[in-house]
Design a protein around this ligand. Structure first.
Ligand code: AMP
Length: 282
């Protein structure tokens, strides 16, 4: 496994692989890797000749009051997970390699970035879209892998990839959960045992909503109210039922919709979602 630190080095390496006819699957991450990231890396490795992962805690997606400085950095453990998952190259640029002095260009995906997480984190998706664009330009992948856990991010990346004609296939994989249902997240490390146990109300409420749909309830108001009532142990940021592509609220589930939640639990802001499919499949 090799580690590349500049866009030039990364691009030269990728071009060499592409020139040899190899397909490249890419997994962008901020490190502090867990089984959710590992599932993406294993898929990238299986479905392509070569798997590349990036590890970069992207400063432009954090507001000044957010957790950029204390975001967990676990480099040695991350390398081991990448290697075990069949990753061949890691792109790990330094901050200045991505944002040199004078850096001035940002990618803004309008509309999709504005609701849900965009309300509490107004600069978040601009930072994500910008860094993913730069990572795509350096890694030049054929496919890129993202987790459904960040449903709005998936919609933003898909839209951006289409609008900017990157010619990269975006693959979305299911949310990986702990045995008790908690969605895996690098930020779960911030939780005390007591906070972690309160955080379980997010997934528990979402699973309850899946059961409501199985019982034939399809109106957003009832489902959202049920979930809000189940999240009394945490400080709710939002509970919304939205269209999976547009991220716009829906009143009734006629086609697969995303039931998305965000909440503050102790020092962490956690997000989770389930896809509610009226035709049965998850
Ligand atoms: P992050 O390191 O948090 O920026 O996440 C990197 C990628 O891993 C993103 O595509 C996330 O959606 C994905 N990811 C994070 N947590 C999970 C999870 N629990 N299940 C599946 N994918 C995840």
């Amino acid at each position: 496994m090799i580690v590349l630190e500049t866009a030039d080095a990364m691009r030269a390496w990728s071009e060499e692989q592409r020139g040899a006819g190899k397909s490249i699957g890419f997994v962008p991450t901020m490190g502090a890797l867990h089984e959710g990231h590992a599932s993406l890396m294993r898929a990238a490795s299986k479905e392509n000749d070569i798997a590349v992962a990036s590890i970069f805690v992207n400063p432009t997606q954090f507001a000044p009051h957010e957790d950029f400085d204390k975001y967990p950095r676990t480099w040695d453990a991350d390398l081991k997970i990448c290697e075990d998952c069949g990753v061949v190259a890691i792109y790990a640029p330094r901050r200045d390699a991505i944002y040199p002095p004078g850096y001035a260009t940002y990618v803004n995906v309008e509309g999709l970035s504005e609701g849900l997480c965009g309300v509490t984190r107004p600069i978040f998706f601009r930072g994500v879209a910008t860094v993913v664009t730069k990572l795509f330009n350096a890694v030049r992948p054929h496919r890129a892998y993202f987790g459904q856990k960040d449903a709005q991010q998936c919609a933003v990346i898909k839209r951006m990839t289409q609008d900017l004609e990157f010619g990269i296939e975006i693959v979305i994989l299911p949310t990986v959960r702990e045995a008790d249902g908690l969605a895996m997240s690098s930020r779960n490390r911030y939780l005390s045992a007591e906070e972690r146990s309160r955080a379980l109300c997010l997934s528990r409420s979402l699973f309850g909503a899946e059961q409501m749909l199985r019982n034939g309830i399809r109106d957003a108001k009832s489902i959202v109210e049920f979930v809000r009532n189940g999240m009394t142990d945490v400080q709710i940021d939002y509970v919304e039922l939205v269209d999976a592509d547009t991220m716009q609220p829906v009143e009734r589930i006629e086609k697969p919709a995303v039931l998305a939640v965000a909440a503050f639990v102790g020092p962490a802001r956690l997000i989770d979602n389930v896809v509610l499919n009226p035709n049965g499949a998850g």
